[in-house]
Design a protein around this ligand. Structure first.
Ligand code: ADP
Ligand code: ZN
Ligand code: ZN
Length: 736
C-alpha cells in the first residue's frame, strides 16, 4: 500500500521569492514535522542551512526523485506558533519580500543560526519565604544550587525556567532539590498576577489624561486604534502606564515600541519602578543570548511587558492585551534597507489580527495618522497642555542675516546662553550634523575633499583627525595642503564637534557635553551622559537629533536650533513634515520642569511660512495645511506608492533596467497606476553605485499590490535585472 507522501515546504533565508520542497529525513512518520519548526537542510552548495517548515503537504510540483531530504529536525516544538507564522507570511506578501528573509529576520540570531532552544513549559519559580530568612552561604546546598538561589535573589521577581536555561546547564535536578528543601516554590499557571506588585502612580492625573485612560480602558477587550495626540511633556507615558497596569492585572501582555533613541535607560527604569515585573527588551544593542532569553519569555507569556525598537514588532506573544507605538511619526520605525518594513504599520495590522487595542502616541503625529483620525478610523485623544506645572516654551525666531557671529552662534544667542547658565539652568543646542567641519576646501583653486565613491564632501572629524564620508563610512587621514596647488586648505562649515570647541572658548568654566553618534558609540556611554545631565553636572548640551526626542530634562530652560534652515528646501515631499516634527520635538525639550522654557531659532529665512505657521498657529494647523497640499497633489495618504529602487556601478545599466521595467509594467496595467521616472535618488551615488528609482502610484492599494506581484515575476526574468541591485520599497518614507 502506498504510504501517504509527506512533502515539507521550507522557508530559507535567501533572496528567492519562494519556498523549497524537501522530503523528511526518513520515511518513518515523524510527529515533530509541524509548521513553524526549524529543520536543517542541504541547500545549493551548502551542506547545512537552517530552514523553517511552512507547510506539510502531500504533493509537489517537482519530480520526487529530485527532492532532497532534510538532515534533521531542530526543534521539539514549533519556534513560531501558527498565528504568528500567518502574520509573518502576510507581511512577506504585503512587502513582496522574499518569504525566507522575512521569517528569519523575525527570529533572534541564535535561532537563525540553528542553535537549540531548550523549551520548558514548566512555568516559573520564586524564593520561598523560608529561603528569604537565611543567609544563603550558611545553607547546606551544592555550589550550583547556591548559584541558583543567588540568581533568584538578584532577579527579585519570579524566574521562568526558560530564563534559567540560558544561565545554567542541567538546572532541573538542582531545582527539584531546592523545592524539596522548601527553599523555592513554583508559581502556578503562569499568571503570577499576585506577585506583580504594581506601584501606584502618585501623581494627580489631569482631566485630559483621565479622559484618555477612561476611554481606552472601557474597551480593552477589542480591537480599536487610539491616537494619543499630546504635546511634548503632556504626560503620555503616564497614560500608557495606567492602561498597562490594567492589562497586566488581567494577566495579559503589553508590547511597546519606541524609536531607536527613545529607549533610554531612564525610560526603562521608569517602567521598572512602576511595574515590579521582568521587562523583556528587544533591540539591536542586546547580546545574542540576552535577546533570545527575552524573546522566549515573551513567547511563553512569562514577560508581561515587552519594550523594544522597530524589530520588536516581530516578537511572539502568548497572550497579547495591548500594543503601544510611542512617537509613532518617527522615521526609525521604517527599516531602510533589505526588508523595508514599517514597524508601526505592521503592529497596526498585528493588532487587528490579534483583536488587541493599539495606542499611537505622538506630539507630532504623522499625516497618515491625522488623516485616519479624520476618516474616523482612529479615535483621537488629545492632551493639549503640559503635565504638572510646566508651561509651553516661548519661541523667538532669530534672523541672523548680517548679525555678529561667533562661528555659527550669534551674539544674541551667546548672551542668552550666558544668562541661563548664570541662573544655574541648562541649555540645549541642537545641530543635526556631527563632526567638526563638513568641507575641506582650497580657496586658491577650488579643490574640495570628496569621497570618490559617493562624490560627496568628506566631513572632518577632529578627534580622529580623519576625513569621514557620512554615506559610506570610508575615511582617510586629513591633509593640510591642497593636493592640486599645495595651498593651505580651509575647513568650512560647523558640526557638533566644532561647536563644542567654540563653546569651550566662549564659556571656559561651563561644563559642556556633546551627544551624537560619535560620543555615544560605546555601550553605556549614553547612560553615563544622561546621568550627568540629570544630576545637574552639565551646563550646556550640544547634540544631534539623538537629543531631540523623548528625553525629559527638567532643568533645561533654553533650547536653540542652531541651523534651522537645513531641510527647508528639499525635494522630498515629506521634508516639510519631517522638519516640522523635528522642530516641535526639539523645542519640547525645554521648560519641562518648574521653570519656563525658551526656544531660539537661528535662521536666514525668518519669513519662511513654515516657521510662521508652526510658531503662531501650531503643529495641528500646519499639518492640516500640509494634508491639503498632499490632497491637491494626490500624494500619500491620498494615494499609495511604491518605489522600485536600483543601483549599479554603471549608471546606464540602472537607467536601462528601470526604463524597461516601466515599459513592462505599462504593458499590463491600465490608468489606475501612474509611473514616474527613472529619477535619481536624493543621494545619487553611494559607495561607487549610481542610484535611481521608479515611482509607482495608485489610488487603489489592492490594485497596486496586485500589479506589483505580476510585475515582480517579470522583473526576475529580465536579463537586465541581473546587472543591477534592485529592490521594491512599499510605502517608502524617504527618497534618499
Ligand atoms: P510625555 O510622555 O508626554 O513626554 P511624560 O509622561 O514623560 O510626558 O511626563 C512628563 C513629566 O511630567 C514626567 O516627569 C511625569 O512624571 C510628569 N507628569 C505626568 N503627568 C503628570 C501630572 N498629571 N501631574 C504632575 N506631573 C505629571
Ligand atoms: Zn588648491
Ligand atoms: Zn562615501
Amino acid at each position: 500500500m502506498a504510504r501517504k507522501r509527506c512533502i515539507l515546504r521550507v522557508a530559507i533565508a535567501t533572496p528567492l521569492r519562494r519556498l523549497f520542497d524537501y522530503l523528511p529525513a526518513t520515511d518513518t512518520v515523524n510527529e515533530k514535522l509541524h509548521p513553524g519548526t526549524r529543520v536543517s537542510v542541504p541547500f545549493g552548495k551548502r551542506k547545512e542551512v537552517t530552514g523553517l517548515i511552512i507547510e506539510v503537504a502531500d504533493n509537489t510540483e517537482y519530480p520526487l526523485n529530485k527532492l532532497k531530504r532534510i538532515h534533521c529536525v531542530i526543534d521539539n516544538q514549533p519556534v513560531i506558533g501558527n498565528k504568528h507564522l500567518q502574520f509573518l507570511l502576510w507581511s512577506s506578501r504585503y512587502y513582496h519580500h522574499p518569504v525566507g528573509e522575512v521569517i528569519f529576520n523575525a527570529l533572534p540570531s541564535l535561532l537563525r543560526k540553528g542553535k537549540s532552544l531548550s523549551y520548558s513549559h514548566n512555568g516559573t519559580w520564586l524564593l520561598s519565604d523560608k529561603a528569604l530568612q537565611f543567609d544563603f552561604d550558611s545553607l547546606k546546598v551544592s555550589d550550583k544550587q547556591l548559584e541558583i538561589l543567588k540568581y533568584f535573589k538578584a532577579q527579585d521577581t519570579p524566574v521562568a525556567e526558560t530564563d534559567l536555561s540560558c544561565h545554567f546547564s542541567r538546572y532541573k535536578t538542582s531545582l527539584a532539590v531546592l523545592e524539596k528543601q522548601g527553599l523555592i516554590k513554583k508559581v502556578k499557571n503562569q499568571s503570577h498576577d499576585q506577585h506583580i506588585q504594581i506601584n501606584k502612580c502618585n501623581l494627580n492625573l489631569n482631566k485630559q489624561q483621565q479622559h484618555a485612560i477612561k476611554n481606552i480602558s472601557a474597551s480593552l477587550d477589542k480591537h480599536s486604534i487610539y491616537l494619543l495626540d499630546g504635546v511634548t511633556g503632556s504626560g503620555k507615558t503616564e497614560v500608557y502606564m495606567a492602561i498597562i497596569e490594567k492589562v497586566i492585572q488581567s494577566g495579559k501582555q503589553c508590547l511597546i515600541l519606541l524609536p531607536e533613541i527613545g529607549l533610554t535607560p531612564q525610560l526603562i527604569q521608569r517602567f521598572k519602578d512602576r511595574f515590579n515585573t521582568e521587562i523583556a527588551l528587544q533591540h539591536s544593542g542586546l547580546a545574542d543570548t540576552e535577546r533570545l532569553r527575552y524573546w522566549q519569555s515573551a513567547k511563553t507569556g512569562a514577560a508581561k511587558l515587552i519594550l523594544g525598537t522597530r524589530s520588536a514588532v516581530w516578537t511572539p506573544l502568548l497572550n497579547p492585551g495591548l500594543y503601544i507605538i510611542d512617537e509613532e511619526h518617527d522615521l526609525s520605525y521604517k527599516q531602510q534597507d533589505s526588508f523595508r518594513y514599517s514597524a508601526r504599520d505592521m503592529l497596526l495590522v498585528r493588532a487587528q489580527r490579534d483583536k488587541v487595542p493599539v495606542i499611537l502616541g505622538s506630539a507630532t503625529p504623522s499625516l497618515e495618522s491625522i488623516y485616519n483620525v479624520k476618516k474616523n478610523k482612529y479615535e483621537h485623544l488629545v492632551l493639549s497642555s503640559r503635565a504638572g506645572k510646566s508651561i509651553p516654551p516661548e519661541f523667538r525666531l532669530l534672523d541672523i542675516r548680517g548679525k555678529k557671529m561667533h562661528g555659527p552662534l550669534s551674539q544674541v544667542l551667546v548672551d542668552e546662553i550666558e544668562q541661563h547658565i548664570d541662573a544655574n539652568r541648562q541649555v540645549l543646542l541642537f545641530l543635526n550634523r556631527r563632526g567638526y567641519a563638513n568641507h575641506l576646501f582650497c580657496h586658491q583653486c577650488g579643490w574640495k575633499a570628496e569621497c570618490p565613491r559617493c562624490e560627496l564632501p568628506y566631513t572632518y572629524h577632529k578627534s580622529k583627525n580623519r576625513l569621514i564620508c557620512h554615506h559610506c563610512e570610508s575615511n582617510k587621514i586629513k591633509m593640510d595642503n591642497c593636493p592640486e596647488c599645495n595651498e593651505a586648505l580651509l575647513l568650512l562649515g560647523h558640526g557638533t564637534e566644532r561647536i563644542e570647541e567654540q563653546l569651550e572658548k566662549l564659556y571656559p568654566t561651563a561644563k559642556i557635553v556633546r551627544i551624537d553618534r560619535d560620543t555615544t558609540r560605546k555601550k553605556g556611554s549614553m547612560s553615563n551622559i544622561l546621568e550627568k545631565i540629570h544630576s545637574g553636572d552639565i551646563d550646556i548640551l550640544i547634540g544631534t537629533q539623538m537629543l531631540a526626542k523623548g528625553h525629559h530634562f527638567p532643568n533645561v530652560t533654553l533650547t536653540a536650533i542652531v541651523d534651522a534652515d537645513r531641510g527647508l528646501f528639499s525635494t522630498d515631499f515629506r521634508a516639510s513634515e519631517r522638519l516640522a516634527q523635528l522642530f516641535i520635538q526639539v523645542s519640547g525639550r525645554t521648560g519641562r520642569g518648574e521653570n519656563p522654557g525658551q526656544v531660539i531659532v537661528q535662521t536666514y529665512n525668518s519669513d519662511h511660512p513654515l516657521f510662521h505657521q508652526l510658531i503662531n498657529k501650531g503643529y495641528s494647523y500646519f499639518s492640516d495645511s500640509l494634508l491639503n497640499e498632499r490632497k491637491q497633489a494626490s500624494l500619500p495618504p491620498f494615494s499609495y506608492i511604491a518605489f522600485l529602487r536600483a543601483e549599479a556601478h554603471n549608471d546606464n545599466d540602472v537607467k536601462h533596467f528601470l526604463s524597461h521595467a516601466a515599459i513592462e509594467l505599462k504593458n499590463f496595467t491600465n490608468d489606475t497606476l501612474h509611473i514616474f521616472g527613472p529619477i535619481p535618488a536624493l543621494i545619487e551615488k553611494r559607495i561607487g553605485r549610481f542610484r535611481f528609482q521608479l515611482i509607482i502610484q495608485s489610488t487603489s492599494r489592492n490594485k497596486l499590490h496586485q500589479y506589483l506581484d505580476e510585475w515582480l515575476l517579470k522583473l526576475e526574468q529580465m536579463r537586465m535585472s541581473k546587472k543591477v541591485r534592485w529592490s521594491l520599497d512599499i510605502d517608502p518614507q524617504d527618497m534618499s
